[in-house]
Ligand binder design. Structure first.
Ligand SMILES: [Zn+2]
Length: 67
């Protein structure tokens, strides 16, 4: 599984094992510092936000239509 650099978009050639061992690394292409802990936190927050949107959609589904 390959992860692209969130800064420059180049493939990092990382494995899940590598991410589990290191929570921080520098991109070999643009040298941006990547923190996987922060990324995990962001993903959690995004999921929570999406769940909230789904709740709102359900609540108003009989009143208004979304998308
Ligand atoms: Zn990069």
């Amino acid at each position: 599984m390959a992860f692209p650099c969130p800064s420059c978009g180049n493939p990092l050639g990382l494995t899940i094992e590598h991410i589990m061992k290191h929570d921080q690394m520098a991109c070999p292409h643009c040298f941006a510092i990547l923190s996987f802990k922060v990324k995990e936190e962001t993903t959690k927050r995004m999921k929570k936000g999406l769940a909230e949107i789904e709740k709102i959609k359900k609540k108003y589904s009989n009143i208004a239509k979304f998308g």
